[in-house]
Structures are given as C-alpha cells and as structure tokens.
Design a protein around this ligand. Structure first.
Ligand code: 1HN
Length: 353
C-alpha cells in the first residue's frame, strides 16, 4: 500500500506521504500517480450531455427578448443554448457555443470582428442581410453562412417579419487557447464594397477570380444556400448514395482546398429518407444538430429525442447514437469541431458501437 502512495490513516508512512504532498504542493508540483489514480483514460470522458431545445419553446422566449431589448443595445440579441452539463458556461458542447439570434424588422446588429469563427444556419424569416467583410448576402431559411475569424460582420433586417437563426461559434475553444481579440467597427454598418452575393456566385460555382491569391483558412463562399444544397442532396439520393448511419450526407467544403468550411468547425447537411432507420454510430466530435426539415428522432445511449423543424440537439462525442426519420423524411444541418480534431490527427469514428 505505502509504496503505491496510500496507507492506513495515522501510520508513520501516511504522515510522511501527507507531508510530502503538502511540501511539493507548496512548490507547485503534483504527484501524477495520485492525480491519475482510478481515472479511466481508455476512452474520452465526454462530459457534454445529450440535450434538445425545441424551437416551439425557444421561439416565444426569443420574441419576448425582442420586446425587452433592442438589437442595437445588446451584445447580440441571442438566447444561448447551454448544455445542461455546463450550466452558466455559454457552451453547447465542450468546445462550441450555440445560440438563437433574433433580428427584428428595421434592426441592425452592429458591425464588429473577433478571432472566433462564427457559423449561422437560418431557421425563420426573409429580408435580412449579413455583411461579411464588405459583401452583403441575403439570408433565406436553410442558408449556411460563414463568418471567418477576424472578418467584419453585421446583420440587418430589411424585411417585414422577424428573422431567426442559429449561431455556432468556436468561443470555448478559442477561449481555451487564450487567443480572443475583438474590435467594434466605427459605424453600425460596414461599407458595402462589392455587389451583393458575389462570393456565393463565384466560389459557390467553383470559380475563383484571377488574382484571388492563395486560399484563406476559412471558405470564401460566405453563404452556402439551401436553394443549392437541398437539390444537391436530392441528386445524391437519386444516385443511390446512402450511408447506413448518416443517410445522404454532404460536407460543406472549402472550394479551394476541398477541406472543411472553417479551420475549427466542420458543417454537414444530410437527408434521412422517409422511414430511415440509421445504424449505430459514434465519433469523437460532439455535434450540434439543427433540424432543417421534416421530423424524426435520435437515440443517444438510453435516451431518445423526438425532433421537428427548427429544433436543435447535441450529440456528445463518443456516445453511440442512431437517427430515425418519420414518413416525412428529414434534413439535418450539423456542426462539430471535427475540422480541428482532424487537423490535429485526433478524430476517430466507430461504426461497430
Ligand atoms: C457574435 O459576434 C455574434 O456576430 C453572435 O452575430 C453570437 C457569441 C459570442 C461572441 C460573438 C454575431 C456571438 C458573437
């Protein structure tokens, strides 16, 4: 016993151990054999909890927030989806933040930039624009918008109704790396420097302007439109290209590198055909999933989450799960830190779970 570091209370060896640990503690040293005793390091601890947020429950609350505070006065008018395992920490997973953002007609979410990368998936409304580094893109439901780290961005709603989207940012990860910088632009709106939607029209079609220079870390597409992605999924389905776990699944790709849309976050759009019953799957990246269309359910371990359009749910890393679709079929948008994990050579998947 004593040799391992623990002994019966009160004996001389125990006193020597305790004195040793007190002494080294004062020298900012710790005994690894004590700190790691009994800790299972054979697989990820995966502290993120499975969780679901229903759009039908979130929508009235974000509309109430719309009456409580103006977008101009808020940091951003966002309801943060906090993982139950990380209450008070503004985290949906261990590395990612998720929030539901509302911009009301006539409102401006003022221009700023920061070193966190932001992704948006539009859930409801028409008539809003996001401006990213001087280019406006109009937002429609199902559109996937990339705001690369350190790009100036603002949001404006010129429409007649509320516009609501899901924000996903790598704030916990960038915070952990202690690389957070942030600036406000000198005016609410950044000057528009190019015709609207130039980037999706060019890069989105696989066309790179001469002189564009080398690829940046994040995708230049700005907006991957649902009007393009949804038919692409239908083509994949028509081609019979189906994964037993994921259904018909597409990765949002950086058009110049073929990699993920951002250096830290990977995003996907997948269609589950009517009545689909997915096989069990797990991977090391915790996913944030937003239901773009249809309804179904996902079983994560012993829990089953029923979902419908606009709902958001979290699948923790290395938890075995299976998707199922109702007779409506379903389309799921998902984001994870898989891009960062793969860049570091750490990502794993398991189809035998
Ligand atoms: C941010 O810049 C936005 O630009 C939304 O809409 C949510 C959460 C944390 C930090 C920055 C936005 C954010 C954010």
């Amino acid at each position: 016993m004593a040799a391992e570091g623990l002994s019966a209370p009160g004996d001389a060896a125990d006193d020597r151990q305790a004195a040793f640990h007190r002494r080294i503690g004062a020298k900012h040293l710790a005994a690894l054999w004590v700190a790691r005793r009994g800790v299972d390091l054979s697989k990820p601890a995966a502290p993120t909890a499975p969780a679901l947020w229903r759009f039908a429950e979130m929508r009235p609350e974000i509309m109430t927030a719309g009456a409580l505070i103006r977008a101009e006065d808020a940091f951003r008018r966002v309801l943060v989806l906090e993982n139950p395992a990380f209450a008070g920490e503004l985290r949906a997973t261990n590395t990612l933040y998720a929030g539901l953002q509302l911009v009301l007609p006539g409102e401006i979410a003022p221009c700023h930039r920061h070193t966190q990368t932001a992704l948006r998936f539009v859930i409801e409304g028409e008539g809003a624009y996001s401006t990213v580094d001087g280019e406006r893109t109009r937002l429609h439901p199902g559109d996937f918008v990339v705001t690369p780290q350190w790009s100036w961005h603002d949001h404006v709603n010129e429409g007649a109704g509320p516009v609501i989207w899901l924000d996903v940012l790598d704030t916990p990860l960038v915070g952990f790396l202690d690389t957070v910088f942030r600036e406000s632009w000198t005016a609410p709106l950044y000057p528009v420097r190019r015709p609207d939607d130039t980037a999706p029209a060019l890069y989105g079609a696989g066309l790179v302007p001469e002189g564009a220079g080398p690829a940046h870390d994040a995708s230049p597409v700005v907006n991957y439109r649902y009007a393009t992605a949804r038919p692409a999924l239908a083509r994949l389905a028509a081609a019979g290209d189906i994964d037993p776990c994921h259904g018909h699944r597409l990765r949002y790709a950086h058009p110049m590198t073929g990699g993920y849309a951002t250096p830290t976050m990977a995003a996907f759009l997948q269609a589950l055909p009517a009545g689909f019953r997915g096989a069990l799957y797990r991977s090391t990246d915790a996913q944030i999933v937003c239901v773009a269309d249809g309804s179904g359910r996902t079983t994560i371990g012993s829990r089953t989450f029923d979902w419908t359009r606009g709902d958001v749910f979290v699948i923790p890393g290395w938890h075995a799960y299976a998707h199922a679709a109702d007779e409506t079929g379903a389309v799921l948008f998902s984001v994870s830190d898989r891009a960062a994990q793969e860049a570091l050579g750490l990502w794993r998947e398991d189809r035998t779970a």
